[in-house]
Design a protein around this ligand. Structure first.
Ligand code: ATP
Length: 460
């Protein structure tokens, strides 16, 4: 029987006063494939190990099928783990590796029928008599999967099972894992730092940052409605463009978002979302533009002859013109990623790749329940790991186009385009920003636009 797994306000510290998992609440449905996603060191494996019973829970509750399970022995949880390093016994054949846990569970029973059935399911019959040293990485991982499946567990716990494999094999095994877990209908918790893997595998994705759950939802919803700038930047390829801006909303004029040397003039009549931006008048915000929100104006060639000014006639309804200077062109075969300098300052999301943010001492908290106070605390929870964005004030002077900040790619705006458009370094290119796909985050990195209720196409 597959399990429901619930974590309620679960915390964990390895060092006194420093929580590596901070009041995590997550309900995983029976048969669901849930992915724990986040950068290295954000606490994903610790969560998985607490579910498995390999790590003690300091505070909070683990419920398995609704029953309190903090103190249940690992073996009694009926869960099978699959690890990144495969964890096969080197002195046992594939057959013995798969059969070993079965022998431990029921010493009197003959494991062979189950081992053979599992091997057939995975198509690894010919690997059963080989030792791990005689198997490739992908074959080892299949045997490791076989060992997990043969036990008929109530849940699979997978800790970056594909990260030691090359990209091609990873894609193939990803599809196999997805197919198998769906066929078996077993609850699966899968840890990865690879957002593409998370998006392609998960029924839902839970994004962690510094031990704090940022957002949980379907891949589609976390992409389309990221709760904050960290989630927006962690999910999606190429990474979302994040530009610092200031909202200008004069009572008698057009509403604009100033982006350093240029501005976005929001189309009138203002959409409800854009009307909500009025309260941000004069404030610094972060504008998020995914690659589908910006395109090169189709009148590019013509506009070049007219001194780089885009022709308004080229814009579709809701599109807003800006200009970009080509700084770098990445040829990818089927597409081009063009890096433009638009004279704006990129917003920095400091802990996207880095380990956890600065650890803060754990604090005691009373349960707030489902009250307004509880809601506010929950909202504040997303900020417990520190503000997502650093809006340092040096950047206010405007970027120096000749010197991109260390470690960052040149330009402040990456636009995806077809390979037939010939772009060269130094060209001025008219761009069109689709204002309907504009994200705006406040100075703390929380999304303010679009407001949740107003996003189209989210029916699932
Ligand atoms: N046994 C331990 N003792 C002390 N600190 C630990 C221990 N295990 C993990 N940590 C620390 O806890 C934090 C979370 O680690 P964890 O392995 O859960 O993160 P992760 O998100 O799975 O990272 P990765 O993707 O790199 O495996 C890290 O800062 C790590 O150094």
């Amino acid at each position: 029987m597959t399990r429901a797994i619930s974590l309620h306000d679960v915390s964990k510290s390895y060092t006194k006063g420093v929580r590596v998992v901070d009041r995590l609440t997550l309900d995983i449905e029976p048969g669901e494939f849930l992915v724990l996603l986040g950068p290295s060191g954000c606490g994903k494996s610790t969560v998985l190990r607490m579910i498995a019973g390999l790590e003690e829970i300091d505070e909070g509750e683990l419920l398995l099928d609704g029953e309190y399970a903090n103190d249940l022995l690992p073996a009694a949880r009926q869960m099978a783990m699959v690890f990144q390093n495969f964890a096969l016994y080197p002195n046992m054949t594939g057959r013995d590796n798969i059969g070993f846990p079965l022998r431990i569970e029921s010493p009197a029973a003959d494991p062979r029928p189950r081992v053979d059935a599992t091997a057939r399911m995975l198509g690894i019959e010919d690997l059963l008599d080989r030792f791990p040293a005689q198997l490739s990485g992908g074959e080892r991982q299949r045997v490791a999967m076989g060992r997990a499946i043969a036990r008929h567990p109530a849940a699979f716990l997978m800790d970056e099972p594909l990260s030691n494999l090359d990209a091609k094999l990873r894609n193939r095994l990803r599809a196999e894992i997805s197919g198998l877990t769906r066929k078996l209908g077993v609850t699966t918790v899968y840890v990865t730092h690879d957002q593409a893997e998370a998006m392609s595998l998960g029924d839902r994705v839970a994004v962690l940052r510094g031990g704090v759950l940022q957002q949980v939802g379907t891949p589609r919803s976390v992409y389309a409605l990221p709760r904050n700038v960290f989630v927006a930047a962690f999910i999606g390829t190429p990474r979302i463009n994040l530009l610092r801006g200031v909202v200008r909303a004069p009572l008698d004029g057009a509403m604009t978002i100033s982006l350093g040397k240029q501005y976005l003039r929001l189309p009138e009549p203002l959409s409800l979302d854009h009307q909500l931006l009025r309260v941000q008048q004069g404030r610094e915000v972060i504008v998020g533009l995914r690659s589908e929100a910006v395109r090169i104006s189709p009148e590019f060639s013509a506009s070049l002859e007219q001194g780089g000014r885009p022709s308004p006639a080229a814009a579709r309804l809701g599109e807003v013109p800006i200009n970009g200077l080509v700084e770098h062109v990445e040829f990818q075969g089927h597409e081009i990623l063009a890096h433009f300098n638009t004279g704006s300052s990129p917003a920095v999301v400091p802990d996207l790749e880095a380990p956890r943010p600065v650890a803060r001492p754990a604090r005691r908290r009373r349960r707030a329940g489902g009250t307004v106070l509880g809601h506010l605390r929950e909202r504040a929870g997303a900020l417990r790991a520190g503000p997502v964005v650093v809006l340092d004030h040096q950047a206010d002077a405007g970027p120096d186009p000749a010197a991109p900040p260390e470690g960052r790619l040149p330009g402040d705006l990456i636009v995806r385009t077809t390979p037939d458009i010939e772009l060269r370094h130094g060209m001025h290119v008219p761009l069109l920003v689709d204002s309907a796909h504009l994200f705006v985050f406040d100075q703390y990195g929380e999304r303010i636009c679009p407001a949740p209720a107003r996003l189209p196409d989210l029916e699932e």
